[in-house]
Design a protein around this ligand. Structure first.
Ligand SMILES: NC(=O)c1ccc[n+]([C@@H]2O[C@H](COP(=O)([O-])OP(=O)(O)OC[C@H]3O[C@@H](n4cnc5c(N)ncnc54)[C@H](OP(=O)(O)O)[C@@H]3O)[C@@H](O)[C@H]2O)c1
Length: 317
């Protein structure tokens, strides 16, 4: 089996293809033939040695990134009763490993993929979808009738967040470059604002109940002024939270961070929305697994739309 691994942290050249022998699944694991893995910014940050996951894996290198998978069950461990060989499943795999042609994963992290969802949608959904869901509703407590501003709205998490917030009865303001505006309107955004336009951003001052901040840093700091009295902000890039929270505290504003967590019920609900045609998952590009470095460079550019995937069946070098 092929894996795209990190043996050290650094630039994209540290992503190296390696061939590994297949292992049998432990009692609670399944062995999957990977159809697609998705690429998330956390993979890129970890590859560069940044953030919580780099700390977690620094003593466990080589490590194979990839927290999202859609695959077909190839073998099940002795204690696995909920999944069967041949079943198509997807999930957020909490220890990574999806940048591979085959992977082992705990069965509890995986759910069957509804028939009318594509492999690509199923691989693109879990981490971004759960982040949007948990950020808006568990942490953000978004209510019908409220106004939410979603930054980086055209990205992996944002484009799902726009749809979930709209369906929950919120008024959705989405920030993105103009090139994404039609895309965001089609997803249900009530207002789209180019974050490069200071006057347009200033016009939102004091208008927003909840900021779902997917950018952090300067953008997250500026967003504080958009909050209504008693408004709240969820800043999703974890490294950006302390500095924004420190400023918010001096202004009497509420800022919280979050870390997406595994949630079978939440993922099942998101899969059902996709199956019912109520949630669109936009995949903008699929790279061969061997071209994972190009996908990382695209994420690092900061301007991708929706999700990027890796396809282990394409073996171009
Ligand atoms: N804490 C957690 O559990 C957790 C979970 C998931 C994600 N995250 C973090 O959340 C962030 C978003 O994740 P993602 O997967 O959605 O990222 P992504 O798909 O890489 O986001 C790309 C989007 O960011 C937009 N963007 C870049 N700079 C912007 C700015 N200054 N203002 C507004 N939009 C901007 C781009 O739009 P334009 O082309 O218009 O610039 C692009 O569409 C990342 O930092 C990620 O690491 C954290």
């Amino acid at each position: 089996m092929a894996q795209l691994q990190l043996t050290r942290f650094g630039g994209v050249d540290v992503l190296q293809l390696s061939e590994q022998a297949l292992s049998a699944p432990a009692a609670e694991q399944v062995l999957l033939d990977v159809l697609f893995a998705s690429v998330n910014p956390i993979d890129v940050k970890t590859r560069a040695g940044l953030g919580w996951a780099a700390q977690k894996y620094q003593d466990r290198l080589p490590w194979t990134p990839g927290f999202d998978v859609c695959g077909v069950v190839k073998a099940v461990g002795a204690d696995v009763t909920a999944l069967t060989v041949g079943q198509r499943v997807c999930g957020m795999t909490f220890d990574g490993g999806a940048y591979a042609s085959t992977m082992l994963a705990p069965a509890v992290e995986l759910l069957p993929v509804p028939k009318n969802m594509t492999h690509a949608q199923a691989a693109a959904l879990p981490l971004a979808g759960l982040t949007a869901w948990q950020g808006l509703f568990e942490h953000g407590q978004l209510q019908a009738g409220e106004t939410v501003l979603i930054s980086a709205a055209a990205g992996g998490v944002g484009h799902i967040g726009v749809q979930l917030a709209k369906q929950a009865g919120a008024t959705v303001i989405a920030t993105a470059s103009e090139t994404h505006h039609d895309f965001l309107r089609q997803l249900g955004a009530d207002q789209v604002v180019d974050y490069h336009d200071p006057a347009a951003m200033a016009a939102l001052t004091g208008q927003v109940d909840l900021v779902f901040d997917l950018v952090g840093f300067e953008s997250g700091l500026q967003a504080l002024s958009l909050l209504k009295e008693g408004g709240r902000q969820i800043t999703v890039p974890t490294v950006a939270v302390p500095a924004i929270k420190a400023v918010a505290d001096t202004q009497g504003k509420t800022v919280s961070g979050m870390l997406v967590h595994p949630d079978r019920d939440g993922l099942a609900a998101l899969l059902a929305l996709c199956a019912d045609g109520k949630l669109q998952i936009h995949v903008s590009k699929i790279y061969p697994l061997t071209e994972g470095a190009k996908a990382h460079l695209a994420i690092e550019s900061g301007h991708t739309r929706g999700k990027l995937l890796l396809d282990p069946s394409q073996q171009e070098m």
